[in-house]
Design a protein around this ligand. Sequence first.
Ligand code: ADP
Length: 518
Amino acid sequence: MTDNLKKTKKETKRSSLIWRWVSVLALTIVVSFVVFSVIIYSTVSQQTLTQQEEVSNRVIQTLDQQLSPISGELEISNVVPALSPSTRRILNGGPNIKDDSVSSGSAFSDDLISSISNPDINVAVYNKHNEIVFSNGDTAPTFHPFQGKTKVEKSITKHGTVLNTYHKIVSNKTKKVTGYIVVTNSMTYYNHIMKYLLRWMLMISAVAIIVFTLISFLIVRDVVKPIKEISKVAREVNEDPNSTVRITDYHRNDELGDLVNSFNQMLDRMQRYIDQQKEFVSDVSHELRTPVAVIEGHLNMLERWGKEDPEILEESIKASLQEADRMKHLIQEMLDLTRAEQINVQYPNAITNVNDVLKRVTSDMAMVHPDFNIQLDIDDLPADTKIQIYQGHLEQILVILIDNGIKYSTDRKQINVSAGVTEDKIHIIVQDFGEGISKEDQDKIFNRFYRVDKARTREKGGNGLGLSIAQKLVESYHGEISVDSVVGQGSQFNIVFPVLSAQDIKRLEEKSNQNEDK
Ligand code: ADP
């Protein structure tokens, strides 16, 4: 199968989530209602039918009681008097037997009369030759041969369900079949109830199905709407990564609300990364342009006149090497900056003793810059103060700050480094007495490639990346860095880190051991 064909097949299979969910819900609702209705209907039907069967049986029993004493052939002449002298009267709408003064009071009961006078009940008595000998209705129930003593049969007519009961009359004396009783119960009450029930059930089911389907549609649509929008926004951002479209905030306090917020935050973050990336590339190319231009200039000069002139040759080679060195330094700093942005992942459980690092860095710097007086004041710092940072990174931060203090110093060649602990924080201060930084510039010096005086800083070998690296490192370890400075008097850089408690140290050591085991 070709890719295209596969694609079209996939596309045709695609269906809306709303319709899929709504159809499933609607189907569930319909099936539930049908099952529920069938159960109710058949239970009511069964109950009412049993009642009606009992009515028919009672009639049969009563007639059988009256007819089984007859031992000979059943004929109108013996059946009708047996059933009652007043039966016909009652059937013809005469008074009840109890009101009748002529009542014999023994041969037949109230049962018989009430049974036969029930308008639902049609009775017929047949003799052995299938000839009708008694009937109470206009249309006598028809007889057909049957097996056993009694047979109950349901039939559907245009007026509804009818219950036919057939019974063999056996003579008490001869024990022989003398005839048959056929009772037809037209079950008006049953048919009425069932019709009524069916109608209401259909109506309620239809309304309920419509209402529930509508409600489920609204609920599903409410759920699917943000999903659809997420998908639309994702598509748009995919097509144009710079797009500023975001998902509408539905102010929902549920999982979907969380998803929308996280998705928007993720897009914002991605956007920030893209912007940073673009900025970085443009900054870097801008920064590299100058040294490359300088080297190119010198090489051109060498090509034109320098080959023969040893003075130009030496000067150009020296300058080019200097620029190449600066470029190397710049590339290293850019790498440091990029790495500083990913610290947490690399050294999540590192612990460092601040005293040791402060002592080592200040003495190393003092050795490299013998003309400077680098003072360390750690009287207020407990000897075992530990913070969560990779040792090399704390060293790097301190070197950047001390190096800046040295680079931007004036007459007074002194750097003071001090540290102390207040509550659960350690404060490290690097102070110089150099040129200082104006208030306006203090806000910008932590920005990438920012230099207060571009030309002069370049002379001193600065790329404007040192403080950005220091800030990224400090913040990666949940610290803060700030500056206080007065132009002409000097600057003071303050770093604050949370001090690790004994518990924190134990936890981090355990974690780091676990990682090593892995
Ligand atoms: P650079 O490598 O150029 O020194 P930084 O990011 O370390 O870059 O510093 C940014 C700018 O902030 C510097 O160019 C300088 O102008 C200013 N600056 C930094 N530290 C000091 C300081 N201690 N005294 C005066 N100015 C400073």
